[in-house]
Design a protein around this ligand. Structure first.
Ligand SMILES: Nc1ncnc2c1ncn2[C@@H]1O[C@H](COP(=O)(O)OP(=O)(O)O)[C@@H](O)[C@H]1O
Ligand SMILES: [Mg+2]
Length: 258
């Protein structure tokens, strides 16, 4: 048995089964997800890649409880999201999921320290002792705690956003193009943080990206095309990911049919 097999025998932190997501109807109908089954093993860093419009963000939003599937099922741990009401979904997102967005989404009127603890403050829970201190050291911004987001570089702001996502010890951290607005060096720092979250802190990390270099930081890359899972790659390198992406450059399935 390989190490990867061992990981797979542990219950996944998140998964979707036969996931279908249809937007609109009639002439404007789009099948953003067209029967995707995939799991996200606990403690792993998984990247989701694919051409623009292939369903990456839709998949992430549906597994993270930000959007609902048209059919099929999505799970966080063994909780099926489709069985939850709005209130329960909000609680699940708050307690078990962390988010990192391309645009950082920090609250401009709060300090760095206040932004990091905001999810805990909203939930009315106390941070685990020492965790916030540890996160501040990990992101390297101890001397900026009283600054506002506008006083930080983009890379620093995104490091704060990663700390905020980790502050509640979530089961899964979802990141949608977290390096999309960053230069390559700041991006690499954020990717290392996400890698640490998985391999050092035991979080499960799922990242959507269109950047082969970003994807190469993950343990595994999933490739989507036209709403389907078409390939997966263990221990990716930027070159191998780039080569695989080049195969998508032809006409899409929908265009080829018409
Ligand atoms: N809210 C929406 N309403 C209608 N169509 C949507 C909506 N969100 C996404 N889509 C469509 O679904 C498909 C997949 O979108 P998305 O998941 O955002 O792709 P990706 O993140 O891979 O670029 C695209 O064709 C997109 O136009
Ligand atoms: Mg997207």
């Amino acid at each position: 048995m390989t190490a990867a097999d061992t990981v797979r025998t542990i219950a996944p932190a998140a998964q979707v089964r036969d996931a279908v997501k249809v937007y609109g109807s009639g002439d404007t109908e789009v099948r953003a997800l067209d029967g995707v089954t995939v799991d996200f093993p606990a403690g792993r860093f998984t990247a989701i890649m694919g051409p623009s419009g292939s369903g990456k963000s839709t998949l992430m939003h549906c597994v993270a409880g930000l959007d609902t599937l048209t059919s099929g099922s999505a799970y966080i741990g063994d909780t099926e999201l489709g069985t939850l009401g709005d209130r329960q979904l909000t609680l699940l997102r708050r307690e078990r999921i962390g988010f990192v967005f391309q645009s950082f989404n920090l609250v401009p009127t709060l300090t760095v320290a206040e932004n990091i603890t905001l999810p805990l403050d909203l939930a009315g829970t106390r941070p685990e002792p020492g965790l916030i201190d540890e996160l501040i050291d990990v992101i390297g911004l101890r001397d900026r705690l009283r600054h506002r987001p506008s006083q930080l570089s983009g890379g620093q702001q995104q490091r704060v956003a990663v700390a905020r996502a980790l502050a509640g010890r979530p089961d899964v951290v979802f990141a949608d193009e977290p390096t999309g607005n960053l230069d390559s060096r700041s991006g690499a720092e954020v990717l290392e943080l996400l890698g640490d979250a998985a391999h050092g802190m035991g979080r499960t990390v799922v990242m959507v990206t269109h950047d082969p270099v970003a994807a190469s930081h993950a343990d595994e890359v999933l490739f989507l095309a036209d709403g389907r899972l078409v390939d997966r790659m263990e221990r990716p390198t930027a070159d191998r990911v780039l080569d695989r992406m080049k195969e998508f450059d032809g006409p899409s399935r929908q265009e080829a049919r018409s």
